[in-house]
Write a new protein. Structure first.
Lengths: 274, 246
């Protein structure tokens, strides 16, 4: 394999995601100010000085809120994608290995869930179980299961029809071990890409839910709620909406680029061809 | 040792009967779509889901048709083994070669150290030190040797080769054929599917000829290739360049 083709998307994605992760990690140890301390004397300060991006209408430091908010964002993304991957992947592979009618049935149910808007599901969950970060994560996770199941099934069907699976069976491998040792490693590239893209969607969904008041409860900082709180000040203090909005855009773009870049790198067949 | 009686698969294979004794090398020839591969797959119990075989296939007197998948997988890779046509797709691209060779040994517990046995097997097919390579790092011929090493791992009673040399160039073909002849145990039987008559002449003692799902001729390689009885075999011979090479 000679020089790999330059993968600018992957690098940019890694940098953006790294930025968000770094902000979240540092926030555990240090933030410029207490992100939740209300300080009426210093409300709506402009950028610069002691507060890099200024303060909001309650006098809280925007940078500190942003950093702690990154924690919420990643937390929701990891748990939601985790739920979706852990349930969706085996479901999809199983649907590919069972008799055709059963697999078709599973996939039609899957389509039904897929057709249901994630935000609506999360709002329903919020109404029933009480709106907080956990219900939002679980709801987003459940709504993401179908996309994993779908990807896993189509990938598994392709792998299962390949000659090396026939060869593995002719070597005496049972169906279950074929699923674990032959199917999963060969669709892992697909799944990682899906995880990255789903992560971006989950970040967006969490922000939207918090914006609507169905996500993270105050006073825990969240990018979505920062947006919502700045809504009434949009014309007079646009930067208060701009900063969390940009943070969301950076995270979403980062995970999308990472997903695309990883697909090119991880697929062993693609890598072999490059 | 292998006894096939009245094998039928829908109307794709009709009333095929033949026997292969221990240590016998038998060729199965015929054009694409004549049912050669289906016959082989039904012996392995690997027919596609929507097809079922009727009739009887016995290995050392044991009936193989209708046997559960679990019992069948106990035989596969152990007493029955198969080499596939396309070495590019017959190996898992995401698994190191050594692990793939060790698989049948590990599954059937035939050797205490599967890893070591796998390396010896790779040595024996002329690929020393490749156990840590991924399939895409090997050439087509090298991959086919890996496939052969996997098939031979447990000294199968019956080795089925489904056009193992079709996808390879002529010099590599000769190497693979040589390996099959030298590495296959004396007592192991071989069912060699091909449409290359020169290969049959080189490897097989007996030949079966299939046409449109039926067995139309059977006999020693010499008989069939020098004095074909069936019209189709005659055409096949005329179409091949076997005469020119002899």
């Amino acid at each position: 394999m000679a020089a790999r083709p330059r993968n600018t998307g992957l690098v940019v994605g890694l940098v953006l995601v790294g930025l968000v992760v770094l902000a979240a990690l540092v926030s555990f140890l240090w933030t410029p100010h207490d992100p939740v301390k209300v300080d009426a004397a210093h409300r709506l300060l402009g950028p610069g000085g002691a507060n890099l991006f200024g303060t909001d209408k309650f006098g809280r430091d925007v940078v500190s809120q942003l950093m702690v908010g990154a924690r919420t964002t990643l937390y929701v993304g990891v748990v939601a994608v985790g739920i979706a991957a852990v349930i969706g992947t085996p479901l999809g592979i199983l649907a590919a290995m069972t008799p055709r009618w059963l697999g078709e049935f599973v996939m039609r149910v899957n389509d039904l869930v897929l057709a249901f808007p994630a935000l609506l599901l999360a709002i329903m969950f919020g109404a029933v179980f009480g709106a907080d970060t956990l219900t939002a994560m679980v709801a987003i996770g459940i709504a993401t299961i179908p996309s994993f199941a779908r990807i896993a099934r189509s990938g598994a069907l392709q792998i299962l029809s390949s000659e090396f699976v026939l060869a593995a069976r002719s070597a005496g491998r049972s169906r279950l071990t074929i699923a674990v040792r032959h199917v999963v490693p060969n669709i892992s590239g697909l799944l990682i890409v899906q995880a990255s893209v789903s992560f971006a969607i989950a970040v967006l969904a969490e922000a939207a839910l918090s914006f609507l008041g169905f996500g993270t409860r105050p006073p825990t900082p969240s990018w979505g709620r920062m947006l919502q709180e700045s809504q009434e000040l949009l014309t007079s203090y646009p930067r208060l909406a701009l900063v969390p909005g940009l943070a969301i855009a950076v995270a979403v773009l980062g995970f999308n680029l990472l997903g695309d870049g990883l697909r090119d790198r991880l697929d062993p067949r693609l890598a072999a061809r490059l | 040792m292998l006894e096939v009686r009245g094998l039928g698969i829908r109307d794709l294979v009709r009333d095929v009967s033949f026997e292969i004794g221990a240590g016998e090398r038998v060729g199965l020839i015929g054009e694409s779509g004549s049912g050669k591969s289906l016959t082989a797959l039904s012996v392995m119990g690997l027919l596609p889901e929507e097809l079922t075989a009727s009739g009887s296939i016995r290995l050392d007197g044991r009936e193989l048709l209708g046997v559960s998948e679990k019992d069948m997988s106990r035989l596969r890779g152990n007493e029955l083994a198969m080499v596939f046509q396309e070495p590019m797709t017959a190996l898992n691209p995401a698994m190191r070669v050594g692990r793939q060779v060790a698989e049948p040994i590990r599954i059937h517990g035939t050797h205490r150290e599967p890893r070591k046995a796998a390396e010896e097997l790779l040595d024996s097919v002329g690929l020393p030190g490749t156990s840590r390579a991924y399939p895409h790092q090997l050439s087509g011929g090298q991959r086919q040797r890996v496939v052969l090493a996997i098939a031979l791992a447990n000294n199968p009673k019956l080795l089925i080769c489904d056009e193992p040399t079709t996808a390879l160039d002529v010099t590599v073909q000769a190497q693979i054929l040589g390996l099959i002849r030298t590495r296959l145990a004396e007592r192991s039987a071989l069912l060699f599917i091909t449409h290359d008559l020169a290969v049959v002449a080189e490897v097989c003692e007996r030949v079966l000829v299939m046409l449109d799902g039926e067995l139309v001729e059977a006999g020693t390689t010499r008989e069939v290739l020098t004095a074909p009885k069936h019209e189709y075999t005659r055409e096949l011979l005329a179409a091949s360049d076997l005469e020119a090479r002899r």
